[in-house]
Write a protein of this length. Structure first.
Length: 673
């Protein structure tokens, strides 16, 4: 019999590979080279959106100067630039101007050069230079510099003009004093994106024009001047324009609503400074503008420190709470007892809402800043808006009654639809009683409250959830670990999977082309998993299932994520729960300041007793939910489909590339936290 020497061959190859893998194999990226190697980690990719994000980063810096009270004029200029390039953008302000003196930690380098060539450098970390700002991580203008073929910065300070040029993140020479500037101050940044990074893409004048215009609306104290090459101008984009809106968001809303008839002839708009904290520091301010058109699908714009937060967040929650409580209070004043059933969705659905907050050290759900998570924002906004809304309703009783009537009509319609769904749900339950999943613990649904289905991970968590639930309105469906990834499975495999079959039966509305959301047996579908990596994976698989098999259920806003706490903090007889490390730190610095705190970490939902689970995660009075929705615009929906396919589809190379491009974001988020 021939001798098997495969093991020896493997050992020999491993030894040779080990010898070639030495210290010289370890590559250290310095300066801005990581940005050029992996631009997706810093601006989300190299597509058209990322290209225009460069202009937003520079404009945000000038806006921060304006919001801080140091500038009142910003100029945005778009030129064609050299042939084959995206174009050339110049953004200037009349603020303080970047510091040009030598940086104490970098001898021989000006502060300007450090800001342009070093990640995580800037004046927004300590809060001394900027009380509120859109930039948090000190990467914006340095990333723009790294991804530009040419960047020129001019600074006018103390009646002198300085300039320095860069190419692909590297200085072309030292900073130079180029002359006197007796009538000039501030910073001017001119850049041309690098075709090696962005290819042949061009700046879209209309997109930049809308960006400049929106920033002027967000801060009434700034004038923004727009200018573009005459060859780039069009019917929608003038060669020159000046934006200044003394009414701020109110002016924007008037333009957006136009001639449409509204429930109230006067919009509810205003602004309010937040009170100072215990240390005497100003906590920021809020501005809002809301209209209730008679016929509208609704439009919602949320901002924090002039940065759009399309997914809303805690500032949105504060506004919704203020409006809902205000209307309920007005209803009590006029003797309308039925208004106790008004919900925030009744008040906001179909309205045109604009909300802008300026707060210190904001926290966001991710690097893209799509959702504000700063806990204090909800309280600050609610307290600031509530008093103004009470006056808006009571100062003109006819106006207040008109709005209350419109909201109550929406409430009645919602309750009518809920009652119809409840009848259908009960009918479906009776007709298919024997076909409902064996593990489903259903609710009776006999009260007027909205019904909910909690999808929980495992029998242990399911047991706690069954004890913690409201039996009349809350149903529980335990699932066994990680369900099938429907995005990469064949139709036959999906049909033959027991967990998928149980989910489909529990919903009662069918899947794919047969899906009818009107037959959905519950008003809310709530995914409730452990606050760990495995729990996040299970939640992702479930969201993929609903996205692919029941997209209309998601689009109508029936799908939610529960937010179980990660920590329990106790000092004496007082206990609080923290969602994550940042929330825990906030509680330790506020509620439990200078007190000895005992911290326990929940490894999973099954570790909570039923009372804790109900109090923190299941009770509508005290829990927090994240609504999962789908965009209404076709292009945005297509983007979501591509992302799901990229992350959950059959091609593992797409996931590998996605992880490679974004691997550094986790570390940066942990550092920021």
């Amino acid at each position: 019999m021939p001798q098997d020497n495969s093991e020896d061959l493997f050992d020999a190859k491993a030894t040779a590979a080990a010898k070639s893998y030495d210290s010289s194999s370890i590559e250290v990226l310095e300066g801005l080279e990581p940005v050029r190697r992996r631009p997706g980690m810093y601006i989300g990719g190299t597509d058209e959106r990322a290209l225009h994000h460069l202009a937003a980063e520079v404009l945000d810096n000038s806006m921060d100067e304006a919001v801080a009270g140091h500038a009142n004029r910003i100029e945005v200029t778009l030129e064609k630039g050299e042939p084959g390039t995206a174009g050339r953008i110049t953004i200037s302000d009349n603020g303080r101007g970047m510091p040009i003196d030598e940086h104490p930690k970098y001898p021989g380098k000006s502060a300007l050069e450090v800001i342009l060539t070093t990640l995580h450098s800037g004046g927004k970390f300590s809060g001394k230079a900027y009380a509120t700002s859109g930039g948090l991580h000190g990467v914006g203008v340095s990333v723009v510099n790294a991804l530009s073929a040419l960047t020129r910065v001019e600074v006018a300070r103390d009646k002198k003009l300085y300039a320095q040029e860069f190419s692909k993140g590297h200085p072309k020479g030292p900073i130079e004093h180029i002359g006197a500037a007796p009538n000039r101050r501030g910073t001017t940044v001119t850049f041309t994106p690098d075709t090696e990074i962005f290819g042949a893409q061009k700046f879209k004048p209309a997109r930049l024009f809308r960006l400049a215009r929106s920033k002027a609306y967000l801060f009434a104290g700034v004038e923004i001047r727009w200018k573009c090459d005459p060859e780039l101008a069009s019917e929608d984009v003038p060669a020159e324009a000046v934006f200044q809106f003394p009414g701020g968001l109110s002016d924007h809303l008037k333009e957006q609503v136009g001639s449409r008839e509204c429930v109230t002839t006067e919009f509810f708009s205003g602004s309010q400074d937040f009170p100072a904290n215990e240390a005497g520091d100003q906590q920021g301010r809020v501005e809002w503008a809301i209209a209730w058109p008679l016929w509208s699908d609704g439009s919602y714009s949320w901002y924090c420190n002039t940065i759009p937060t399309p997914d809303g967040g805690t500032h949105e929650q504060g506004l919704r709470a203020a409006l809902t409580k205000g209307l309920r209070g007005f209803a009590d004043l006029v003797g309308q007892k039925k208004a106790k059933d008004i919900t925030p969705d009744d008040v906001v659905t179909g309205s045109e809402v604009m909300l802008s907050v300026f707060i210190r050290d904001p926290q966001f759900q991710s690097q893209t800043k799509d959702r504000l998570t700063s806990p204090e924002a909800a309280r600050l906004v609610e307290n600031a808006v509530r008093d103004h809304f009470d006056h808006f309703l009571a100062d003109n009783m006819d106006r207040g009654k008109a709005l209350l009537g419109a909201v109550m009509e929406r409430m009645d319609e919602r309750l009518r639809r809920k009652q119809e769904r409840e009848i259908k749900r009960k009918t479906a339950t009776n007709a298919k009683k024997l076909r409902l999943p064996g593990k489903l613990t259903d609710c009776s649904g006999e009260t007027g409250a909205e019904t909910e289905l909690f999808i929980v991970e495992g029998d242990s968590a399911g047991g706690s959830a069954k004890q913690a639930r409201d039996r009349k309105t809350q149903a529980i469906l335990p699932i066994r670990g990680k369900i099938l990834n429907v995005a990469s499975a064949s139709a036959d495999k999906i049909r033959g999977n027991q967990e998928i079959a149980d989910l489909t039966l529990a919903m009662g509305c069918g899947i794919r082309k047969d899906c009818n959301p009107d037959d959905l047996r519950y008003d809310r579908i709530i995914i409730m998993t452990d606050a760990d990596v495995d729990g996040a994976h299970i939640a992702t698989l479930l969201m993929t299932f609903f996205f692919q098999e029941m997209p209309e259920v998601v689009r109508r806003g029936h799908l939610f994520l529960a937010q179980p706490p990660l920590y329990r903090l106790t000092a004496g007889k007082e206990s609080r729960y923290a969602r994550d490390d940042a929330h825990r730190k906030e509680l330790e610095e506020t509620v439990f300041k200078n007190r000895k705190v005992e911290v326990s970490r929940f490894k999973g939902l099954g570790e909570m007793n039923p009372q804790q689970l109900r109090e923190t995660t299941m009770s509508p009075e005290s829990r927090g939910l994240i609504r999962i929705t789908l965009p209404t615009e076709y292009e945005q929906r297509a983007g979501v489909s591509r992302l799901v396919d990229e992350l959950m589809g059959r091609n593992p190379e797409h996931r590998f590339n996605f992880i490679q491009n974004r691997a550094g974001e986790l570390d940066r988020d942990m550092i920021d936290a």
